[in-house]
Design a protein. Structure first.
Length: 377
């Protein structure tokens, strides 16, 4: 969804305002990334993404002898096949230069961090940063995201990735138990979402602008947000999944294709993903996700809310979802910080000025959240 020119101009003004503060207002930038339209343009992303990853002041040089890396051959093969991601109209010389830069970017991170293992699809993430930010600036960002958001995908085996995929079904079950029962009966599993998650949808979403918009969102949130987004894609197509034979082949093919639709309702899915994350944070799903925290995954070290900056207060989200009664005297736009006593019956909220954190508990779960809330503050 493209914002109206006047709204886009006003938003870019807010972006520059946050960037010009001393220190840079990263919390405001995260909120702007999550709210409709994201950062609007690549020029704004060049300035903002380094701050989201806390590498704006980092200077990392490319190591020597990159092409001696043990995974160099596989990287080159994948890069050679990545032409569909390149902008239209490039000359052969420009394409070759872009491929060389992409190869160096990938091998640079793998050389700096020998504990990381290349996986097919990693190059799709790297090329997104390269196209937006250029070769020199991308190294620090890709290095940071590889040791944080993507760390579990870069293990020597797929075990950690499989456990991350395990979160998908519990999220779906919260919204549509009938759909989950149908999918489990078909034995379709969750492998259909693998390419979505490990490439942050850059392998399946056809439009580069949409890919960049999604990166705004994911860079501002918990590393599991791509799983919440996957759930919303599936839920948005529940009728199509349920309307037909309960056969694995049919459902699997349908699920493979739904993220490739050129008219994907991106902003609606982002809003729903963000709302659902607040209502059902990762720790509330850990039991059903099976052994997630028992496997020492890097992603489990992220606080549920340390990287999410909602553009709306959690109580506003609950009211929109029909989970909290709206009272006439309440002002939905009023600040929620410091309202623990008033909101504790239905919602627990903590807003951190540093990262725009939000914490929510609903109904009977409120008690178990109290220690986590005060521990985080």
């Amino acid at each position: 969804m493209l914002l109206e020119p006047s709204k886009a101009k006003a938003k870019l003004k807010e972006v520059n305002k946050a960037l010009n503060k001393n220190p840079v207002d990263v919390a405001a930038l995260r909120k702007l990334c999550i709210s409709p339209g994201g950062l609007i343009c690549s020029e704004a992303r060049q300035k903002v993404w380094p701050h989201l990853l806390d590498v704006a002041e980092s200077k990392i040089g490319y190591p020597q002898d990159l092409r001696r890396h043990k995974e160099c051959r596989q990287v080159i093969l994948d890069v050679d096949r990545s032409g569909k991601r390149f902008p239209d109209g490039l000359s052969d010389v420009e394409k070759e230069e872009l491929q060389e830069n992409l190869t160096d970017l990938i091998l640079g991170v793998l050389t700096i961090h020998p504990e990381l293992h290349y996986y097919q699809g990693y190059h799709d993430i790297c090329i997104t940063f390269l196209l937006v930010c250029g070769a020199e600036a991308s190294l620090a960002m890709v290095e940071k995201i590889s040791t944080h958001h993507l760390r579990d995908f870069m293990d020597p085996t797929m075990d950690s990735t499989t456990h991350i995929l395990n979160y998908l079904i519990p999220i779906l079950k919260m919204a549509n138990p009938k759909l989950v029962e149908y999918m489990e009966k078909s034995e379709v599993g969750t492998i259909f979402a693998l390419s979505w998650l490990i490439t942050w949808y850059s392998y399946v979403v056809p439009d580069q602008r949409d890919i960049e918009r999604l990166y705004d969102f994911f860079l501002s949130c918990h590393p599991l947000m791509p799983v919440y987004f996957a759930a919303q894609i599936v839920l948005d197509n529940a009728d199509k999944i349920l309307d037909g034979p309960c056969e694995m082949a049919r459902i699997y093919q349908l699920l493979l294709q739904i993220a490739r639709k050129p008219n994907l309702p991106l902003e609606i899915l982002i809003q729903r993903s963000s709302d659902f994350y607040i209502q059902f944070p990762p720790s509330s799903l850990a039991h059903d996700a099976a052994e997630f925290y028992k496997n020492n995954l890097a992603i489990s070290t992220f606080c549920d809310h340390a990287l999410v900056a909602k553009h709306e207060a959690p109580d506003v989200v609950l009211k929109r979802m029909g989970l909290v009664e709206v009272k006439k005297e309440e002002n939905e736009e009023s600040p929620t910080e410091g309202s623990w006593k008033r909101a504790s019956k239905t919602v627990a909220i903590a807003l951190s000025g540093a990262v725009g954190a939000a914490l929510l508990a609903v109904g009977g779960r409120a008690a178990e959240w109290v220690p986590q809330l005060f521990g985080y503050l």
